[in-house]
Design a protein around this ligand. Structure first.
Ligand SMILES: Nc1ncnc2c1ncn2[C@@H]1O[C@H](COP(=O)(O)OP(=O)(O)O)[C@@H](O)[C@H]1O
Ligand SMILES: [Mg+2]
Length: 161
């Protein structure tokens, strides 16, 4: 069976947040979302939407965790926000204990997931963001296992592409 890779053209930061919020509403314990794409492509904007969908309180602002690799937010489920921008090697990443976090009862989202090499949870939603114009971003989505396939299917049903 050919793997479905839905893609979605976002025309504003709000549209990216809305798409991500739908993931937040549908996420279940163990959901992992990996974000790839250049600086300014909207990875942090996506995490803001995801947090909103998980009902993270407005007092807990989502920013690029510049000096912190991991931020935790309390929502309907705990949200673990990794930013791997400063990781220089897969070994550095492997030493951080990410498996415990990703195997826990929360939702994990990773910016700059490419820095982790292949050391990533097996079952995850991959979101690749591309810059298509000043306010346009292309989001391409892919699931790598059972949990993520079910989530992506539910997202496609809930979110008009
Ligand atoms: N359609 C869009 N979706 C997401 N961000 C957008 C969009 N159009 C413009 N932007 C802008 O692009 C920037 C994305 O920044 P950010 O999310 O921090 O990127 P990254 O985390 O990938 O480096 C923000 O300034 C945002 O306002
Ligand atoms: Mg960012």
């Amino acid at each position: 069976m050919k793997e479905a890779r839905p893609s979605f053209r976002s025309r504003s930061p709000g549209a990216t947040r809305a798409a991500a919020a739908a993931f937040g509403r549908l996420a279940t314990p163990g959901t992992v979302i990996c974000l790839r794409g250049p600086l300014g492509s909207g990875k942090t904007v996506f995490v803001q939407g995801l947090a909103r969908g998980l009902r993270v309180g407005r007092g807990q602002q989502v920013r690029s965790p510049t000096f912190t690799l991991l931020h935790e937010y309390a929502g309907r489920l705990p949200l673990f926000h990794w930013d791997l921008h400063r990781i220089r090697s897969a070994e550095e990443w492997a030493a951080l204990g990410w498996e415990e976090v990703c195997d826990g009862p929360g939702v994990a989202v990773l910016e700059w997931a490419d820095r982790a090499g292949s050391a990533l949870p097996r079952d995850r939603v991959e979101v690749t963001l591309g810059i298509a114009g000043p306010r346009e971003r292309m989001l391409t989505l892919r699931a790598t296992g059972r949990h993520s396939r079910a989530l992506l299917r539910a997202w496609c049903a809930a979110h008009p592409l």
